[in-house]
Design a protein around this ligand. Structure first.
Ligand code: APR
Length: 321
């Protein structure tokens, strides 16, 4: 198999971890783009010089020119400012929309056939804007949010139940904001509902619900929790891991079902918006949306989240993007 190429746009905290993870997994050659002279070159040189130690053999290159992303199979975009303490993802809208517009123009010109994974926040708006500027097929423009939000939810459940996180399956739908919808009813430990396990642990349905509610709230605020602790910048290890899982599914045509921010064409009753739902990821990007039956309460929460996405996109359009 010919060696694949992943272009990373944005050489900050997430960009650096992405380059290292892709190298360690020998997933593809890496081109790291950022406008500041020498910085991406320094970062990739540093990572590449560990390759003998870690035993990986891929090409890692830093660049300040978009032309070097030519023929990338996958482009992962982290360009944009991260949140500061107290800031919502939406506060970032204007600044990051300007950056995303320039990035979209660069990717459109130099990597028109790539499948694109976007991490920059506010996520749902940035994905919408990127697709609008490039005109790329909707299935080839995907946002990273659900893989991380679901991993966070799974971690909290594993810690609460004292079992391995590997045996937890839990999913988060909706926008990547405070209205996201962790799906409690479907969360399970190797097929056994988490709620059942919590009720056994506490011997009391009310207490079990309280514990679950706290985990749901923590999941929704998990990004902010990390921002609050770090003081400067936002989460970067976990978003990078999440995007690498998505890139791996796409490059390997794995058909993995990963919660992703994808374009809905009537699924879940939503038409024409990017929203987080389980998607089948393969060589064509988002190949299919997997529909999940929602009860009235879940559907209501999902609708609130979809409305938040719609308002965010409307705000962005009012700002001229
Ligand atoms: N063109 C290309 N890249 C840019 C531009 C631009 N015009 N402006 C900024 N960048 C890149 C830089 O490489 C900068 O270092 O964006 C990077 C952002 O890096 P960090 O500030 O370290 O932010 P990071 O933690 O990587 O988060 C990036 O992902 O999760 C989201 O909210 C987060 O929007 C933020 C993004």
């Amino acid at each position: 198999m010919a060696k694949k190429k992943i272009a990373l746009i944005g050489g900050g905290q997430i960009g650096g971890v992405l380059a290292q993870l892709i190298g360690l997994r020998e997933l593809a050659d890496v081109i790291l783009f950022y406008i500041v002279e020498d910085m991406p070159q320094g970062k990739t040189l540093d990572i590449a010089e560990a390759s003998r130690i870690d035993g990986f053999d891929v090409k890692l290159k830093g660049t300040n020119e978009y032309k070097d992303i030519d023929n990338a199979d996958v482009v992962i975009i982290t360009a944009g400012l991260p949140r500061k303490p107290g800031m919502s993802r939406d506060d970032l809208l204007t600044t990051n929309a300007k950056i995303m517009k320039s990035v979209a123009e660069g990717v459109k010109e130099h990597a028109p056939n790539a499948i694109v994974i976007i991490i920059s926040n506010p996520l749902d708006a940035m994905v919408t804007l990127f697709q609008k500027v490039t005109g790329f097929d909707h299935n080839k423009v995907i946002g990273q949010a659900g893989v991380l939000d679901s991993s966070r939810f799974s971690s909290f459940i594993a810690w609460e139940l004292g079992v391995s996180v590997k045996d937890i399956n839990a999913m988060v739908l909706g926008g990547h904001g405070d209205t996201m919808v962790p799906l409690v009813r479907y969360a399970n430990v190797n097929g056994v509902p988490v709620m059942e396990q919590l009720e056994r642990k506490y011997g009391d349905a009310t207490k079990a619900k309280e514990v679950m509610d706290a985990m749901v709230t923590r999941t929704k605020k998990a990004g902010g929790e990390v921002v609050g602790l770090l003081k400067t910048g936002s989460a970067f290890y976990s978003p990078a891991s999440a995007a690498v899982a998505m890139a791996e599914a796409i490059l390997g045509d794995q058909k993995r079902v990963l919660p992703s921010c994808v374009y809905l064409n009537g699924e879940y009753g939503v038409d024409g918006y990017y929203v987080g739902v389980p998607a089948v990821l393969g060589e064509n990007g988002c190949e299919r949306v997997l529909e999940v039956t929602l009860n009235d309460e879940e559907q209501a929460a999902f609708d609130v989240s979809v409305n938040a996405v719609k308002n965010l996109v409307a705000d962005m359009e009012r700002l001229g993007f």
